[in-house]
Design a protein around this ligand. Structure first.
Ligand SMILES: N[C@@H](CCC[C@H](N)C(=O)O)C(=O)O
Length: 283
C-alpha cells in the first residue's frame, strides 16, 4: 500500500499526518509503529488521521496514535498542526474550526501570525476519570489542590494529577534539566496507580507567569513539547497557588502560552504549527 503523508511539528513535537477525508485509512498497530519509526519509517511522536464527520456543527474528526501504535484521546500540539493541515490542503477555508476527537469536541482558531489557539475544554480532576488510584495515600495540600506521594521504590514523588482528556501527572522540580525526566519518566508512566498509564510532566517554576516544562509522554517517551502536558502543568500550578492565569511555557522545542481562569472555564493553548515536508511511503 502506498500512502501520501505530511510531516509536521508543533514546537518540536512531530507528527505524520494522513488525509482520510477522501478514502478511509485503517492501519495496523505495526503500520503505525513503522510510520513513527525514525530509522525504518518516517519518524514521528504521533500519527494523526484527518477524517470527515457527520456530526452537526463539527467540521472534521481527527484521530491520534502514539508511535507505539496505540490510539489515544488527545494531542494538543497535534490539534494545532491539524488546523494548519486542513487549511494548507484546501480541506476548508475557515479560520475557526470545530473538530471531534475520541472524547471531546475542540474549537481551534488560526491566528493572523500563523500560530493556532486551541480551546482545550475544561480540565478533569476526578480520579476515576483520569484514571488515578490514590487509595491509602495521604495527599499534601497546597493552594486548593493536592500532591500525591507516589512511591517509586526507594523514594516518593509528589504528583498533581489531572486529565486534559488524557492523563497527566505533574511534578514541581527545582531543575528540569537535572536528569529527573529520564530517571523517573518511564517509572511514572507505567506506575500501577495509573491504570491507563500516564504522561509524566516535570515543571520548573521560573516566575508566576513563566515555567520550563519537560514531559515524558505515555507511549512516545520524552518529546520536545507536549501540548496537553503544558495545559495540565499550568492548571496544576494555578491550583497549587504557584502561577497566574496566563503562563508562558518553555519546552525544549519552543514556547506555548496557556491561559486558564479556574473553575469551569476552558483552558486555552496558543502555539506554533509547521509543515516540514511531504512524501509517499510504501507500507
Ligand atoms: N503530544 C501530545 C500528547 C499525545 C498523546 C499522549 N502521548 C498520550 O498518550 O496521552 C500533546 O501535544 O498533547
Amino acid at each position: 500500500m502506498r500512502l501520501h503523508f505530511t510531516k509536521m511539528h508543533g514546537a518540536g513535537n512531530d507528527f505524520v499526518v494522513l488525509d482520510a477525508t477522501r478514502a478511509p485509512v485503517e492501519l495496523t498497530p505495526e503500520q503505525y509503529r513503522r510510520l513513527g519509526d525514525r530509522r525504518f519509517g518516517i519518524g514521528a511522536d504521533q500519527i494523526l488521521i484527518v477524517e470527515k464527520t457527520d456530526t452537526p456543527g463539527v467540521d472534521f474528526r481527527y484521530r491520534i496514535f502514539n508511535n507505539t501504535g496505540d490510539e489515544v484521546e488527545h494531542c494538543g500540539n497535534g490539534a494545532r498542526c491539524f488546523v494548519r493541515y486542513v487549511r494548507s490542503h484546501g480541506l476548508t477555508d475557515k479560520d475557526q474550526i470545530r473538530v471531534e476527537t475520541m472524547n471531546n469536541v475542540l474549537e481551534l482558531k488560526l491566528q493572523p501570525d500563523g500560530r493556532v489557539t486551541v480551546d482545550m475544554n475544561t480540565p478533569i480532576f476526578s480520579h476515576e476519570k483520569i484514571p488515578f488510584d490514590g487509595a491509602g495515600l495521604t495527599p499534601r495540600r497546597m493552594g486548593d489542590f493536592e500532591q500525591w506521594p507516589v512511591s517509586l521504590g526507594d523514594y516518593d514523588v509528589d504528583l498533581a494529577v489531572v486529565s486534559m482528556g488524557n492523563p497527566h501527572a505533574v511534578q514541581v522540580v527545582v531543575d528540569v534539566d537535572s536528569g529527573v525526566v529520564a530517571s523517573q519518566g518511564p517509572m511514572i508512566e507505567a506506575h500501577s496507580r495509573f491504570p491507563r498509564k500516564v504522561n509524566a510532566g516535570f515543571m520548573q517554576v521560573l516566575s508566576r507567569t513563566h515555567i520550563k516544562l519537560r514531559v515524558h509522554e505515555r507511549g512516545a517517551g520524552e518529546t520536545l513539547a507536549c501540548g496537553t502536558g503544558a495545559c495540565a502543568a499550568v492548571v496544576a500550578g494555578i491550583r497549587l497557588g504557584l502561577l497566574d492565569s496566563r503562563v508562558d511555557v518553555d519546552t525544549r522545542g519552543g514556547r506555548l502560552t496557556i491561559e486558564w481562569q479556574g473553575g469551569d472555564s476552558h483552558v486555552l493553548m496558543t502555539g506554533p504549527a509547521q509543515t516540514v515536508f511531504e512524501g509517499d511511503i510504501e507500507l
